[in-house]
Design a binder for this molecule. Structure first.
Ligand SMILES: C[S@@+](CC[C@H](N)C(=O)[O-])C[C@H]1O[C@@H](n2cnc3c(N)ncnc32)[C@H](O)[C@@H]1O
Length: 201
């Protein structure tokens, strides 16, 4: 009998991380809505996938937009009525310098394989007093730049640059990219860091 695997991210550091596609295509979970409660709009969801966070924000009257490079993910998001753009975060993004909040949730800190460069890019996209909410992994991961590929059943994608960041890596990254780590907390085994751009004196 052939082995059947659900999708996994296979990383060059040996980690094999289940890809929670069921979670991404579903609605925002309780943890997500708690994290999003009280965020200031407009919100830019970077690597929004099928748009569950954007949809939840819009349902609460908060102006939000998602960006993602995946055509399939953007199509799914559009189908649920979430405002999204098929675009890389490293390309031109509307309202650059005016987003109040950016989201890097459920693995999106790995985008591009260089979290420092990604956070510096987010800093450009945010308003001067903006906040980025970053979901990170637990202790012992630090900040790792890896190569990764997606495995579905027996099929493997090409390698692409990715990154893993843990609770023990985010403070250094925050400072190095010009943010201040204002809060780090855990909810239902998921870790979230709030990084603020320091208000200029
Ligand atoms: C781990 S998934 C995050 C899913 C989503 N944040 C959620 O919680 O439902 C990472 C997403 O980042 C997207 N992505 C990868 N590179 C990107 C880039 N350069 N710009 C924008 N999105 C990107 C992928 O297509 C993928 O949908």
């Amino acid at each position: 009998m052939a082995l059947v695997h659900s999708p996994h991210l296979v990383c060059s550091d040996g980690a094999v991380v289940p890809l929670r596609v069921d979670r991404w295509v579903g609605c925002a979970e309780n943890v997500d809505t708690e994290i999003l409660a009280g965020v200031k709009g407009p919100v830019l969801d970077v690597g929004c996938g099928p748009g569950r966070h954007v949809a939840a924000l819009a349902a609460n009257g908060i102006v939000a937009m998602g960006i993602d490079i995946s055509h399939e993910a953007v199509a799914l998001a559009e189908r649920r009525g979430a405002p999204v753009l098929e675009r890389s975060v490293f390309d031109a993004v509307p309202a650059t310098g005016r987003w109040a909040t950016a989201l890097l949730l459920d693995g999106s800190i790995g985008i591009g394989g260089n979290p420092l460069r990604l956070l510096e890019r987010i800093r450009e996209l945010l308003a001067n007093d903006g906040t980025v909410i970053v979901e990170v992994e637990g202790l012992g991961i630090g900040c790792r730049r890896v190569d990764a590929r997606i495995r579905v059943d027996e099929a493997l994608s090409n390698w692409f640059p990715w990154a893993r960041v843990g609770v023990d890596g985010i403070e250094y990254l925050a400072h190095a990219s010009g943010f201040v780590l204002s809060h780090l907390g855990v909810k239902e085994s998921r870790w979230f860091a709030f990084l603020n751009a320091p208000v200029p004196q």
